[in-house]
Design a protein around this ligand. Sequence first.
Ligand SMILES: *Cc1c(COP(=O)(O)O)cnc(C)c1O
Length: 410
Amino acid sequence: MKPMGPIPPYFTDQRELTIAGRTAADWVAEHGSPLFVYDVGIVAERVARLRAALPELCEIHFAIKANPLPAMLEAVAPMVGGLDVASGGELAKALKVKDAAHISFAGPGKRDAELEAAIVAGATLNLESEGEAERALTIGARLGIAPRLAVRVNPDFELRGSGMKMGGRASPFGVDVARVPALVRRLIDAGADWRGFHIFAGSQSLDTPAIVETQAATVALAARLADEIGVTPPLVNLGGGFGIPYFSGDLPVDVDTVGAALGEVLAARPERLADSKFAIELGRWIVGECGVYLTTVIDRKQSGEETFLVCDGGLNHQLAASGNFGTVVRRNYPVAVAGRMDAEPGDAVSVVGPLCTPLDRLADRVALPDAGPGDVIAVFLAGAYGASASPAAFLGHDPACEVVAGPAHP
Ligand SMILES: *Cc1c(COP(=O)(O)O)cnc(C)c1O
C-alpha cells in the first residue's frame, strides 16, 4: 500500500463525489468519459481569498498556460488584474478576454511574428534576451509603434523548495542581473515604452517562509536595479511559485502569512519604487484544485499480487498524475471511487490507463473502496497542467472532454 496526496477540501466529506453541484455520475452521463470538470466557483473563492490576503498595491495575474481552455479564460479573466501568456497562440486566446494593457507575454524563443502580434495589440513583452529586445525594437520602428517592453530578470537567487527552479544559474529565461541595467537604458533610449521588471524565481513551492523570503529579495533586487538605472519601473512582476499539495504530507501555502509579509515589504519599499505597481503571477495555485479528471473502469484484473483497475483514460489526458511531468520520484495524486467516497477502503489497487506503456499508471497500489467495471474514478488536482500538458495524440484515443462549471457556467 502506498500513500496518496490529500483530496482538496472542496471535495472531502462527500458520500458521492459532487462537482459544482452535480455528481460525477451525472457529469459522465451527460458528457461521456473520460472527462475533465472544472468548478470555477472554487477558482473564484481562491482568488478572493488571495486578494484579501495581498496588499492592495499588488495585482494578481493568471499564467494561462496552467489552463488555457477558452471557457476557463472567460471565467477567470474578470477575477484577475492581468493575464500572462507564453506563446502567440496563448496571446490570441488572452486578447479575446482581456484588454492588451493587462496582458504580458514571456517565454524564450518568441518569433518575429509573435513579437509583432504583441506590439500591434499593445501587450507587454517580457524580454528574455538582448537579441529579442533588438528584434522587438526593430519591429516597433517598422510599425511606428513604441513597443511596451519589460525585462525579465534572471535573478541571482532561487525560490527554495521550488519544484522547478528558474533562477540563480545560467538560464534560457531572463537576462542576467548584471546585464539588465544596460539593456533597460537601451530600451529607454530607443524610445520604447519601458514597463518594468519581470522576476520569476521558481514554481510549485509549498514552503511559506521561502516564498516570503523570495518576495522580499525580489523587491530588493528590483530596487537595486532601478537605482542603478535611475528610473522607476512602472510595474514589478514578482513572479509566483505558490504550489498546491499534491502528495502525502504536503501542506498548502499559508497565503495570509505571505500577503501580510509582502504588505510589510511594500510598505517599507525604497523611495525608488514609490510609484511602482506590483503583481504576482500564478497558474496552478489559482486553477489546480478546481479540476477533477473522471475516468471509467473498463476492466478489473489480477496479476501476481497486484489488482489493477484499467480505465478508459490515462496519461494521454492527465500526464501529471502518472508522475511524468516535472517530478523526479513517482508519487500518488489523490484519487477516489467517485460513487463511494465514504466507503471503507479495501485492498491495494493500482489504477492504470489504456495505453500500451508501463508509464500509464494514475495511482500505484492505493487503498480504494472496492470498484470494478463501470465505476468512475476521480483523479483530483487536474485543473492545472492537465489536458493541455498531456500527449493526447499518443496512441490515438479521443481527446478528453473538458467542461467548465460553476455559478456563471451551469
Ligand atoms: C509557468 C509560469 C508561471 C505559472 O507557474 P505556476 O507554477 O503554474 O504558478 C508563472 N510565470 C511564468 C513566467 C511561468 O513560466
